[in-house]
Ligand binder design. Structure first.
Ligand code: ADP
Ligand code: MG
Length: 263
């Protein structure tokens, strides 16, 4: 029987989550405004190594802004974000170096259309990580295999389906050896029959121990894969907890209302 002081009691042992060390991502009193529109208010949280956190909530609640603050695509108005010991809000930060630790996959696949799949995966490794061509190729081949796209290495992105492009985008992010992967509605732009392949790739990444923060409307994925689910509305965290609790037995009226609409 788990007692209250057992941190492992917070989540089922779905993935091997290391709650003893420093979290990979720690967010403290984060706020973000665009002009006088405050879209994030006092966000706090930590994501530990190996943990999969799904963020759910209505459109406009600040989910994308939160992910974008984590890798400084948006600059927080106040508060602190630490990724693997590096304060992202430190004014002296080397942004490019810090960002290499954070893989990001967007709703739109955003591969470079004028480059082959291979080049999409190898150019960032060579430029940012200074890998040799041979090493970058080896890593690209390995990661395309992980997402089931080995046979597309020399294809152009335009010749791929949306689901294949999204899997290539995941492989590209993985090729940078990130400590954490951020996914912003990675399947929202896909035809329904292509969603499953992408979710399966994400599920296998989670099973391999990748630390992941996933904004998603796929409630079955959140319920089955997440160690923890965070429900956001109007720029605040309304409720969070184990997936089975937040999705199966929500405590807050706003969470119940949202789930009624989407389930
Ligand atoms: P979600 O991803 O949950 O749908 P967003 O983070 O995209 O929510 O948006 C939250 C709010 O922030 C919305 O009101 C949106 O209009 C606003 N917003 C997001 N990005 C910008 C921006 N670059 N400039 C101004 N307002 C923005
Ligand atoms: Mg969004």
């Amino acid at each position: 029987v788990a007692c209250e002081t057992d941190p492992a009691a917070e989540a089922p042992a779905r993935h091997r989550v290391d709650r003893t060390g420093e979290p990979i991502v720690r967010i403290t009193k984060l706020a973000k405004s665009f002009g006088d529109n405050e879209v994030l208010t006092d966000i706090n949280g930590a994501v530990h190594r190996g943990e999969v956190v799904c963020i759910i909530g209505p459109s406009g609640s600040g989910k994308s802004t939160l992910l974008r603050c984590i890798n400084l695509l948006e600059v927080p108005t106040s508060g602190e974000i630490v990724v693997d010991g590096q304060s992202m809000t430190d004014p002296d930060i080397d942004i490019d170096a810090a960002r290499t630790r954070i893989g990001m996959v967007f709703q739109s696949f955003n591969l470079f259309s004028h480059l082959s799949v291979r080049e999409n995966l190898t150019v960032p490794q060579r430029k940012v990580l200074k890998r040799s061509k041979a090493e970058a190729d080896r890593v690209a081949e390995h990661n395309l295999e992980r997402v089931g796209l080995s046979d597309k290495i020399d294809a152009s992105p335009a010749s791929l389906s949306g689901g294949q492009q999204q899997r290539a985008a995941i492989a590209r992010a993985l090729s940078m050896d990130p400590d954490v992967m951020l996914f912003d509605e990675p399947t929202s732009a896909l035809d329904p029959e292509l969603v499953g392949d992408v979710l399966n790739v994400m599920r296998s990444l989670a099973d391999e121990g990748m630390t992941m923060i996933v904004v998603t409307h796929e409630m079955a994925f959140a319920r089955d894969v997440a160690d923890r689910v965070v429900f956001m509305a109007d720029g605040i965290v309304v409720e969070e907890g184990p997936a089975a609790q937040v999705i199966g037995d929500p405590q807050q009226e706003r969470t119940r209302e949202f789930l009624h609409r989407v389930l």
